[in-house]
Design a protein around this ligand. Structure first.
Ligand code: CA
Length: 422
């Protein structure tokens, strides 16, 4: 066990009991204060450590790191150092924040290193090179297959053999707190063969998790399932926004395009795979047996509770879905092995999303498409209004956390408000 994961380790920083960020988490992000320079930060309780200050005051090894790794608009330069160095960095920060050490605690310059999270602005943590979206939840794939194809043959023949995915767009991936405008596009009215243009009427969220990579191998080489986690830095919550009516008209034959690329929102703190290690769990038995390059040993699924809430403008949020990342059929190791099996290379800071994470029951479905069953039923929110899809001025909030008998770690909140079309 990594010492940073020791459930008995405590911090001298006061941490609320229900905090997503105890000393066993220490997620990485990009922060700024008062509109100033962007820096690498690590969250603890209701505070964050400015790693550039930590470096400048001599707490981090100058042979391993430079000031520019930490005073940086993105985490990519830090990720380029690879898993072992980033792991050692997190271990060092854990020690400095723990009750095993009072060096940082007693430093008179502590107020230049540790800041209240409420005083900070959080930014997109990585400059995302390539974004890939998988489709790896069996319950989601079955629900979509039942609605749009054949209830008796809901899964397409390839689904249990291939972690199906497509290449998305990275330019429109935005951090929590950035509002989106309702997308406009072509849709086909019911009982018509002529499309119309206008704001999407069926705007939807997709509850997903995404992982961020370290630099991979050379073009032409592959990453095996047993190597995969050496190339994964950590995870965020993702809301992969979708315009269902635009999607329905445009997706044949090449797949989703403008229905998907207007925005994908992510939470701003990247929880490392090291912090998530205690929450590994077994996945489903895969039947039929998968090809050998997709076989894996050990536990590569993760037990992460996920909540989705809709908050109308002047009302309290209502929980509309409670799902779990452990419901995935294909795990990250299989996704990365599949992605690179043809020799496709990955870069540090690439992002790969799970696909919508639905559980087996209607209260665990990961999209309004499924919750409203294609708009055939509605849910009632706290203010008495009803929803089949997302309305203007609604805020969609997603949260994720893991817990066992000793420790609870979380991802913070992913919150995105929908504004009317421009
Ligand atoms: Ca998606």
């Amino acid at each position: 066990m990594l010492e940073s994961n020791n459930p008995r380790r405590q911090s001298w920083v006061e941490i609320p009991e229900d905090s997503d960020f105890p000393i066993q988490n220490l997620p990485f992000g990009i922060l700024s204060r008062n509109g100033g320079i962007k820096k690498v930060g690590v969250a603890i309780g209701n505070y964050a450590v400015d790693l550039s200050a930590l470096y400048d005051f001599g707490y981090l090894d100058p042979h391993e790191f430079s000031h520019d790794h930490f005073q940086n608009d993105y985490l990519n330069d830090l990720l380029s150092l690879g898993k072992e160095k980033v792991r050692a960095l997190r271990e060092r920060i854990s020690f400095l924040l723990s009750t095993d050490s009072n060096e940082l605690k007693n430093d008179t310059k502590l107020n230049q290193i540790l800041f209240k999270a409420s005083e900070l602005d959080m930014h997109l943590p990585v400059k995302i090179g390539d974004y890939t979206d998988f489709y790896s939840s069996e319950d989601h794939a079955r629900n979509v297959g039942k609605m749009f194809r054949d209830p008796e043959n809901a899964l397409l023949p390839n689904w249990k053999h291939i972690p199906v995915g497509y290449h998305g767009r990275s330019s429109s991936i935005i951090p929590s707190g950035v509002a989106i405008h309702r997308p406009k596009g072509q849709t086909i009215p019911k009982d018509s063969d002529q499309p119309i243009f206008g704001p999407s009427k069926l705007l939807d969220f997709e509850l997903e998790m995404a992982f961020i990579t370290y630099p991979g191998k050379e073009l032409g080489d592959s990453i095996s399932t047993s190597e995969a986690e050496d190339y994964i830095f950590g995870m965020v919550i993702m809301n992969d926004w979708s315009a269902r009516d635009i999607q329905k008209w445009e997706y044949v034959p090449l797949g989703p395009f403008l229905a998907k690329n207007f925005a994908s929102s992510i939470s701003t703190w990247i929880v490392t795979m090291d912090a998530l290690e205690p929450f590994q769990t077994s996945g489903p038995v895969q039947d039929p047996e998968v090809l050998s390059y997709l076989k894996y040993e050990g536990n590569h699924h993760y037990d992460i509770h996920l909540d989705v809430m809709i908050k109308p403008e002047n009302a309290e949020p209502t929980i509309v879905s409670q799902s779990n990342y452990k419901h995935m059929y294909w795990n990250m190791a299989q996704q990365l092995a599949h992605h690179t099996v043809n020799g496709c290379n990955i870069h540090g800071g690439d992002m790969m999303a799970s696909g919508t994470i639905s559980g087996p029951t209607p209260d665990s479905f990961g999209s309004m498409l499924e919750i409203s069953w294609q708009g055939t039923k509605s849910i009632t929110l706290s203010d008495g209004t009803e929803r089949k899809f997302i309305q203007d001025k609604d805020t969609v909030i997603m949260k994720g956390y893991c817990h066992n008998e000793d420790v609870r770690i979380g991802f913070g909140e992913l919150s995105t408000k929908v504004l009317p079309s421009k």
